[in-house]
Design a protein around this ligand. Sequence first.
Ligand code: 5RP
Length: 293
Amino acid sequence: MADTDDIREGNNFGLGIAAESKSFYLKGMDGMDWGLKNRMARIFNRKSGRTVMLAFDHGFLMGPTSGLERIDLNIAPLAEHADCLMGTRGMIRTSIPADNTKPVCLRTDTGTTILTEMNHNVLIDEVEAVSMNVSAMAAMISVGEATTEHKTIANFSKLVDIGMKYSIPVMGVTAVGKDMARDARYFGMASRVCAENGASIVKTYYTEGFEKVVACTPVPVVIAGGKKLPELEALELCYNAIQCGAAGVDMGRNVFQSENPLAMIKAVAGVVHDDLKPTEALELYNDLSNEAK
Ligand code: 5RP
């Protein structure tokens, strides 16, 4: 029987204080389920409304690319400085300690490597995503590639069905056909197609006119870093994207291929969360690198 000793009658009902009904702090999320919003709140910093996601999913396409030869040595130590970790099930299970408390965005699609035609048309089983306690799932949409567009969109749509069932946000990773200009028109279209198909986050590339990409995408947009750039240029890329309304980055090579990945992720976080200017963030990068010598 339940313990009935000393049951205290409630007397603090806040009478006269209306219950607040607030809008959620991330765009496009008001109509979402509590669980999905709660997962988004793990990924996006409440104060800045932005995120620094650390992407290390490249190996499923490229194998052990530079900086990702040993995820346990090169990526795991950076985890505490990221807001979210984006990787594949294999690398997360084997190389990220299970006592990691950072949210995970699981790369869920696969199919081919860079050695053949891009064709991501396989999704991992939903049970795996749930059992791995992920905060988001990611899959690519390839727009404008005749042989893969319909497969990747169907795949993505299926992933959103799964995400909605379990309140797990889905991040759309945009790709445009190899003959298409990598500009705001096509990345804007690919981003919009992700959102139309139910993405809660869109990952795309910064281009001139990026404010239009952000404006036509009614959910948070984060940028990929792309190929390794000199540190100042990578920080300028982040800064410009944030100025255009990006909700952060999902960056890989410009962090883990930097001469000092730890200093770089902190400098990127300075731009994303603290509105540092690129030169201020570079100064932070240089100071941290010099301290480490
Ligand atoms: C590839 C991806 C990568 O995660 C993405 O490109 C981010 O990494 P980088 O900053 O190195 O471009 O989604 O499909």
